[in-house]
Design a protein around this ligand. Structure first.
Ligand SMILES: Nc1ncnc2c1ncn2[C@@H]1O[C@H](COP(=O)(O)OP(=O)(O)OP(=O)(O)O)[C@@H](O)[C@H]1O
Ligand SMILES: N[C@@H](CCO)C(=O)O
Length: 326
């Protein structure tokens, strides 16, 4: 149960005294999620999410995250809206942790994504990118390509326990990514973690996007690569091109890709797979068994990386230039 910091009733009531949310009716820890402590909060003013930020979210990044969610929500994207205190601030402190209160989004993540889900997430991602162009705050991607080799170097020297030869394979893949990473592509604010658990659906319709704690300024097509990786592979490791077609059509209906973005999709997908392989590998090798942190299998992203290495053109993901049978 991902509640690392417990909250007593008296300290919660004192914290909420700075808000116009009415009286506390109930609050309880939420099991899902591993980065932060989240509580379902019910007051006479409604239902909310209380988030206490734990150590893996840098405190000085919080104004960007909260400001971005507020900006996106105010410009029509369905995402958590930070609730402001009477002093106009959205960030407070509770139980020794930075804390914030958000509006509650109805819906749940798609456990078995369909092409319809994929098209909806493609469209919502493109709208996020379009709205984000007007957001003035900046945040560098802390897990950009330049961070991957240092992250790999920080992994314990047991990588080959996952699979013999894996350390050499990652090393040579990093050489290739560093030598060929695209630079001059359209960029802006991206979500950077659009996995199925962070996109809610209600009655078949996309009802909201949560968990903006990896959001940053990056290549827009890199967000597409992350999302293709997270939504379009089947449990047997195969790439479902029907889902890829749907996701890319949903995206391009809002923002068509440039030719150079399309040409860069294969290497961007390799980079996306490498990023999640490395963060999962680091947790897998450093987080003690039995800890709260749910360790996700790095081999899932090793298989995706190997798939992408064999892709030579965007059409293999289902990409079609706009104007061709849209
Ligand atoms: N605004 C919201 N409305 C409804 N439910 C929410 C909201 N924000 C968070 N949740 C619930 O809390 C859970 C955890 O949220 P979140 O994914 O942001 O946690 P985290 O620990 O920060 O992230 P991660 O999933 O990266 O570990 C979500 O899966 C969802 O069930
Ligand atoms: N979505 C990431 C975890 C960070 O949120 C993963 O599945 O590896």
């Amino acid at each position: 149960m991902a509640v690392y910091t417990d909250v007593g009733e008296a300290e919660l009531i004192a914290f909420l005294a700075d808000y116009d949310l009415g009286q506390v009716l109930s609050y309880k820890g939420i099991a899902e999620g591993v980065e932060n402590s989240n509580f379902l909060l019910r007051t006479t003013g409604g239902t909310f999410i209380l988030t206490l930020y734990e150590k893996r979210v840098a405190k000085n990044d919080l104004p960007f995250f909260l400001g971005l969610m507020q900006y996106l929500a105010e410009h029509g994207l369905s995402c958590p809206l930070p609730v402001q205190r009477r002093d106009g601030e959205a960030l407070g402190e509770l139980a020794g942790r930075p804390g914030a209160v958000f509006t509650f989004l109805e819906g749940m993540g798609a456990r078995r994504p369909t092409p319809v889900h994929c098209r909806a997430v493609g469209s919502a991602m493109a709208r996020l990118h379009a709205i984000g162009q007007g957001f003035s705050m900046q945040r560098t991607n802390g897990l950009a390509m330049e961070a991957w080799r240092p992250l790999f170097a920080s992994c314990p020297n047991r990588v080959d326990e996952i699979e013999p030869g894996l350390a050499d394979e990652i090393g040579s893949e990093l050489d290739d990514l560093e030598a060929n990473w695209p630079r001059d592509l359209p960029s802006g604010v991206i979500h950077a973690d659009l996995f199925t658990d962070n996109v809610f659906f209600l009655g078949g319709e996309l009802s909201g996007i949560i968990d903006f704690y990896f959001a940053c300024n990056e290549l827009l097509a890199y967000d597409i690569a992350i999302t293709l990786c997270a939504w379009c592979f089947e449990a047997d490791g195969s790439f479902n091109i029907t889902k890829g077609v749907a996701l890319l059509k949903g995206y391009q209906a809002v923002r068509p890709l440039s030719e150079s973005e399309a040409d860069s999709l294969p290497i961007l997908c390799r980079g996306a797979a490498m990023r999640f392989l490395l963060t999962r590998l680091y947790d897998w090798l450093t987080v003690p068994d039995g800890s709260f942190v749910v360790k996700k299998d790095p081999r899932e992203y090793l298989r995706k990386l190997r798939f992408h290495r064999n892709v030579s053109r965007a059409g293999e993901y289902g990409y079609e230039p706009i104007g061709v049978n849209v």
